[in-house]
Design a protein around this ligand. Structure first.
Ligand SMILES: Nc1ncnc2c1ncn2[C@@H]1O[C@H](COP(=O)(O)OP(=O)(O)OP(=O)(O)O)[C@@H](O)[C@H]1O
Length: 719
């Protein structure tokens, strides 16, 4: 029997074998099946979406909510994008009082009985996404979930709902086991580590010297609950959270002193960094505190707190991202000072994060010689309070004088290397010409049809992503599975088809990359694409978007208008996006038809001159049609706005690994660095373990040092 269903505004036809399918449990499993088959995005949470004739509405009262973690790194726009005005209008229509906060709207929790509500406005709705979080119960969900809940409350004439009302994805057995294993690991580390105050004074001093925190007092370490895990000489930072302030996780920090007197830190978290949402220092914040210093590191928070007495919290993944799910915890502060570190990357991150936090309450500490990171400032005996007082307001006017710019200019002159951007590990020649990959730029990339544009740009982007550049792919031509397969092959630098036993090893490492995909395929509307990009920038602090390729946005536009004008409009929109969001956009554009044996030039890019005018960089994949060397490609940089250097270098394609970056005839020999006495590792590239090691690695999988941050998908609870 066929039944028509309306799910989140989409009509679905369902074949139903069981005539009693209207029973709650059937609907719930049916919805889950639909989700697994990706027919709908997630199970509908409540009645307004399930309109069975005569069925009334449906709530899964007995189901507990548990998001399926890390499902996919795909970015999709919410079914119906909303604005803050929509949210406000809806809330008003339900007669719910609200408080207009910085990043969120605050309403009374609907998951707590009114008599038991501790805080009258403890449910936070993200103004940008509509995502909500109830701080009292830690129930969270989408804007649609919240609307559904409110509809039910109204229909039922209830003044609160059970926190278990929302349907969730049940955890798989493996997920459950993994979670339990992680919890045991957290407990094991925590109980076998000791407070630094219990360590003999000379040993404690030695540890502090090792971590270069000689001036951080025992009292401060004790106050923040920092411990020492003796087996690895690591500092342990606890994550206490949830309504019961229980131990949710730990971060282990080890220090390594280098020849240059500088210390390098290695971090490991349990649970793994993709589910680690600790705002370290939060339990010490008072409900009435209205000022906060936000740092990029736990040690910095210790330094700020000790030197200034101000409340301070550290971001769980440093400057790489500020997950929106943490924003509700920062709503109470009228003034937030962002002091994220001592380099340009921290400075750029502080500007981006302050947009999420609300510019008007944020001020930024500009890194510089006299303003190093907080922990260094403390070690150097600087006055941290004065540095914080001298921080500059994040809100800026659109017209500025040189007086306001002079510090920026000075900073750029002082840090020329950092200003030049992230260097490629696999493409030294690109570094030589372009100097690096910079935020806010537009790169236009072209090359003959089928010459390997996607393959090449995939490796170029992967290289950056492996260094922590949060990357979003918009691949309209080839689907995400194929693209991910290319990238994974390039990542592993080998044909995985022939080494399937290594698949899990590489896939596990690949999964840790801050890499996301838009789910579009085929022709797309430019506005939808830009909205999705904007959404991803907000959620995942994307730094690099790759669009493959522009021609897939042309078809949707009104083609009675001049084709070139449409293309110019699209390029202009991407240019604006790059500038406004400080995100680098790489745009692949097909060339116009040239004669086969002619090399492409900037002017060969399809369309008018707008593409090359707007672009900061123009890259061309040249294909020489030589009989002697048919597959030979070169990469030509014909425009480089940063410093004007242009040039060309040859690319040798290795079919097994789909890479272009191998050493060229001994010219760019990579140093071999042994990692084990009997193993060799090419610089910047990992070696997969032998078959036997794979099993071991799986068992120990949890959390060895992870440098690359990962997406934000699971709740703050760390559940
Ligand atoms: N230098 C090369 N030599 C030989 N084959 C290559 C080279 N680079 C890529 N290929 C292969 O050519 C095929 C097409 O590559 P790719 O899709 O990257 O090209 P493209 O320029 O993006 O194509 P299109 O013009 O259709 O967008 C792939 O199978 C790829 O593995």
């Amino acid at each position: 029997m066929w039944r028509r269903l309306l799910l989140r505004g989409t009509t679905c036809l369902l074949q139903v074998e069981d005539p009693n399918f209207l029973h709650q449990r059937h609907i719930s499993s049916l919805c889950l099946r639909l989700v697994t088959q990706r027919l709908i995005h997630r199970p509908p949470a409540a009645p307004s979406v399930l309109r069975f004739p005569g069925a009334g509405y449906f709530l899964a009262n007995n189901e507990t909510r548990a998001y399926k973690k890390d499902t996919k790194s795909t970015v999709e726009l919410p079914v119906c994008p909303i604005t803050v005005t929509d949210i406000k209008q809806y809330i008003r229509s339900k007669d719910i009082p609200f408080h207009d906060g910085y990043s969120c709207l605050h309403i009374p929790s609907i998951f707590v009985e009114s008599s038991a509500r501790k805080d009258s406005f403890s449910l936070f709705i993200d103004k940008t996404t509509g995502q909500f979080l109830c701080k009292d119960t830690l129930v969270e969900g989408s804007w649609e979930d919240l609307q559904d809940c409110l509809e039910v409350m109204q229909k039922e004439e209830q003044d609160f709902l059970s926190p278990h009302v929302l349907l969730g994805y049940p955890e798989s057995v493996e997920e459950q086991e993994e979670r339990e294993r992680e919890l045991r690991e957290v407990q094991r580390i925590w109980s076998s580590s000791v407070p630094l105050t219990d360590v003999p004074e000379d040993e404690a001093q030695l540890i502090k010297t090792m971590f270069q925190i000689p001036k951080v007092s025992n009292a401060t370490l004790k106050k923040f609950g920092v411990r020492l895990f003796k087996p690895t000489k690591s500092l342990v930072f606890p994550w206490f959270g949830g309504p019961d302030s229980s131990l949710k996780g730990v971060k282990l920090l080890s220090a390594q002193n280098t020849d240059t007197d500088k210390v390098t830190y290695n971090e490991a978290t349990v649970p793994k960094c993709s589910s680690y949402y600790n705002l370290f220092g939060l339990p010490l914040v008072n409900r009435m505190d209205s000022e906060l210093v936000l740092t990029g590191h736990e040690l910095d928070t210790l330094a700020v707190s000790q030197a200034t007495g101000l409340p301070s919290v550290a971001l769980p993944r440093g400057v790489s991202c500020l997950p929106p799910i943490l924003l509700p915890y920062l709503e109470q502060f009228k003034r937030v000072t962002l002091w994220l570190g001592e380099d340009i990357r921290s400075w750029e991150a502080s500007k981006i994060f302050s947009r999420k936090l609300g510019l008007r309450r944020c001020s930024l500490v500009r890194p510089g010689e006299y303003q190093p990171s907080p922990v260094e400032a403390l070690a150097q005996g600087k006055n941290l309070s004065r540095i914080i007082k001298a921080s500059i307001p994040a809100a800026h006017k659109s017209i500025v004088s040189f007086k306001q710019l002079r510090e920026d200019v000075y900073g750029e002159l002082l840090n020329t290397e950092q200003v030049a951007g992230v260097k490629w590990m696999r493409f030294p020649e690109l570094n030589r010409i372009l100097k690096g990959h910079r935020k806010g730029e537009l790169t236009v990339f072209t090359g003959p049809t089928g010459s390997g544009k996607t393959t090449f740009i995939s490796e170029v982007a992967l290289d950056l992503c492996m260094q922590g550049v949060n990357t979003l792919w918009g691949s309209f031509e080839i689907n995400n599975v194929r693209l991910a397969k290319i990238m994974l092959t390039q990542f592993a630098m080998q044909r995985l088809e022939e080494n399937l036993e290594q698949y899990d090893f590489w896939a596990d490492k690949f999964e840790e990359l801050p890499l996301y995909f838009m789910t579009f395929h085929g022709q797309q509307n430019i506005k939808t694409v830009l909205d999705t990009m904007q959404h991803a920038v907000y959620l995942y602090d994307i730094n690099h978007v790759i669009i493959d390729n522009l021609q897939f946005m042309m078809g949707q536009e009104n083609l009675t208008v001049d084709k070139f004008a449409v293309q110019d409009h699209i390029i202009g929109a991407f240019r604006k996006f790059a500038t406004n969001t400080s995100c680098h956009v790489t745009l692949i554009i097909h060339p116009r038809k040239e004669e086969d044996d002619r090399e492409l030039q900037t002017a060969s890019i399809f369309g008018s001159a707008k593409a090359s005018q707007e672009a900061d960089n123009v890259l061309i994949l040249q294909e020489k049609k030589l009989v002697t060397c048919p597959g030979r490609r070169s990469l030509q940089v014909t425009k480089n706005r940063f410093d004007g250097d242009v040039g060309i270098f040859p690319l040798d394609f290795i079919k097994t690994s789909l890479t272009f970056s191998a050493p060229i005839k001994g010219k760019h020999k990579l140093r071999k660095v042994p990692i084990k006495p009997d193993d060799e590792e090419v610089e910047g590239h990992e070696v997969a373990p032998k078959k036997d090691d794979i099993k071991k690695d799986k068992a120990e999988k949890s959390n060895k040092t992870k440098k690359t941050p990962r997406p934000v998908k699971s709740p703050t609870t760390g559940k």
